[in-house]
Design a protein around this ligand. Structure first.
Ligand SMILES: Cc1cc2nc3c(=O)[nH]c(=O)nc-3n(C[C@H](O)[C@H](O)[C@H](O)COP(=O)(O)OP(=O)(O)OC[C@H]3O[C@@H](n4cnc5c(N)ncnc54)[C@H](O)[C@@H]3O)c2cc1C
Length: 357
């Protein structure tokens, strides 16, 4: 018997879709992905698994989240949780924001509590030449399904420096809107790397934060790729200083946190040091759509095109997309969860129309 719906991807979009699909009796099968099979930086539980505090997901104010999470999630998954925050033990009442992995484990658990099945494997191809469709697993097995929700997300591009890797979550981030307001960055001068629209958006966001004294934009050339209106916004903002013709040569730190950047001139290779407490890399994202092998329409940046206004339909009927894989604009956990819900409702209605559900 073919599956009613296969969900590919295990971030906020995938699990939200699973929760809704399971509660609609669709018995969804989720492929969670695997760890770095191609050397590409992807892991199950989505991008939030790369971060620490998540302060902007509604329903999770700072509080005794620690105990709640451990009471809600199956104890076999505790290996995935961070230790109690410094100064706290598991037995007292810690006061801290939900951690990325905790939030994702809660979503996963919520989906499994209904009727979701999860398999830790990648989907490496889809066959849409006939119905039911087929999804092909990395292990070579094929699963037949009437409908598919693609929720494979996107991954932030990084510079590729060892020192950048060392200071991730200690001052290096790829999302100013997500992390810029964290207490960790409060009162510190911050750097944004990149010269495109999203780099300016990120720099402007940080500059607007009351407790951010100064933002430094590191721009490779003597001009920006950003649209003129955004470029002028950055240039005219007194809290943004632009370092033209510069690249980051090294992230500097004391082992615990970022203390500065070594910049290299793209004109004469000379180096200089910039004292900052954080670096936000804004050099684009790569949507995880390569495995589709061109069978679903994508835009010029590789993101899946939604083909109907305010619906999650793709160019192929019965295949829906949710989350960052189809959204190169908002890219937040809450928006991904929202479109995950939409995709499940769209699948349910489509299957009903086809007489399957
Ligand atoms: C460092 C960092 C901090 C962030 N902080 C915040 C924050 O505080 N608040 C906020 O709202 N947002 C934050 N974001 C953004 C947020 O994480 C994303 O917007 C959100 O996770 C997107 O959800 P998604 O479900 O669309 O995809 P993703 O979270 O990207 O998940 C997709 C999943 O699908 C899997 N997958 C990919 N390809 C396949 C395949 N072929 N087969 C099977 N599985 C596959 C991937 O391994 C991954 O686990 C942050 C992002 C980063 C990088």
């Amino acid at each position: 018997m073919p599956e009613k719906v296969v969900i590919i991807g295990s971030g906020p979009a995938g699990w939200s879709a699973a929760i809704y699909a399971a509660r609609a009796n669709l018995n969804p099968l989720v492929f969670e992905g695997t760890v770095n099979p191609d050397g590409v930086h992807m892991i199950p539980l989505g991008q939030l698994a790369y971060t620490t505090e998540v302060e902007n997901y509604p329903g999770f104010p700072v509080g005794d989240v620690f105990s709640f999470v451990r009471s809600a999630v199956d104890s076999s998954r505790e290996w995935n949780f961070p230790d109690a925050p410094e100064g706290h033990t598991k037995n007292d009442k810690p006061h801290y924001a939900v951690q990325g992995t905790e939030l994702m484990e809660l979503m996963r658990q919520q989906a499994l509590n209904f009727d979701t099945r999860a398999i830790e494997d990648d989907i490496v191809d889809i066959d849409i030449s006939s119905k039911p469709y087929k999804v092909i697993r990395r292990n070579g097995e094929t699963v037949e399904t009437h409908a598919i929700i693609i929720a494979t997300g996107a991954r932030a591009n990084y510079l590729g420096l060892d020192s950048e890797e060392e200071y991730k979550n200690k001052g290096v981030s790829a999302c100013a809107v997500c992390d810029g307001g964290l207490p960790f960055f409060g009162g510190k001068e911050l750097a944004v790397v990149g010269g495109g629209d999203s780099a300016v958006e990120e720099a402007s966001y940080l500059a607007n934060l009351k407790n951010c004294p100064q933002v430094h934009m590191i721009v490779r050339r003597d001009e920006m790729r950003a649209s003129p209106i955004l470029r002028d916004r950055a240039i005219n903002n007194p809290k943004i200083e632009i370092h033209w013709n510069s690249v980051v040569d090294e992230v500097l730190g004391d082992g615990k946190e970022v203390t500065g950047l070594r910049l290299k001139s793209t004109v004469d290779d000379s180096t200089s040091e910039l004292s900052v407490g954080g670096m936000f890399v804004a050099i684009g994202h790569t949507p995880n759509t390569a495995f589709l092998n061109g069978k679903i329409d994508v835009n010029d940046k590789g993101y899946i095109n939604w083909t109907k206004s305010f619906r999650t339909d793709t160019s192929v009927e019965g295949i829906f997309a949710a989350g960052d894989v189809a959204d190169d604009y908002y890219r937040q956990a809450i928006t991904s969860a929202g479109t995950g819900c939409m995709a499940a409702l769209d699948v349910e209605r489509w299957l009903t129309d086809k007489g399957v559900a």
